[in-house]
Design a protein around this ligand. Structure first.
Ligand SMILES: [Zn+2]
Length: 107
């Protein structure tokens, strides 16, 4: 088990407070709002593009996940702010692990 966003698997793991329901991204044992205990939860993979940019090495997007957590990841270069996305994971010869890749929900 690792402490990054994937938990060692192709998924994004967020933390949800057992007491107040607050959700956040970076792992910590206690809720930053009420100090309640936290439970790791796998994100649904649905979200909305906040910002996106494309360059020579690909495109990246800032995405608000349905759980209320904002994350950064690679994306389809056609994505625009406001677009609904779904989360996939892609790896390559130069990538030791699969990384988040956002695609348009309608694809
Ligand atoms: Zn809380």
């Amino acid at each position: 088990m690792t402490d990054d966003w994937t938990d060692g698997e192709p998924r994004i793991v967020v933390s949800v407070c057992d007491d107040c329901g607050h959700c956040w991204y970076l792992r910590r044992e206690r809720c930053p709002r009420c100090a309640g205990s936290a439970s790791p939860t796998i994100a649904s993979g649905a979200g909305t593009v906040v910002a996106a940019t494309a360059g020579d090495r690909g495109a990246i997007a800032l995405v608000d996940l349905a759980e209320g957590v904002r994350v950064l990841g690679r994306c389809d270069p056609s994505l625009r702010p406001g677009a609904a996305i779904r989360l996939t994971f892609r790896g390559g010869a130069d990538d030791p692990v699969a990384v988040p890749y956002f695609e348009a929900e309608s694809q």
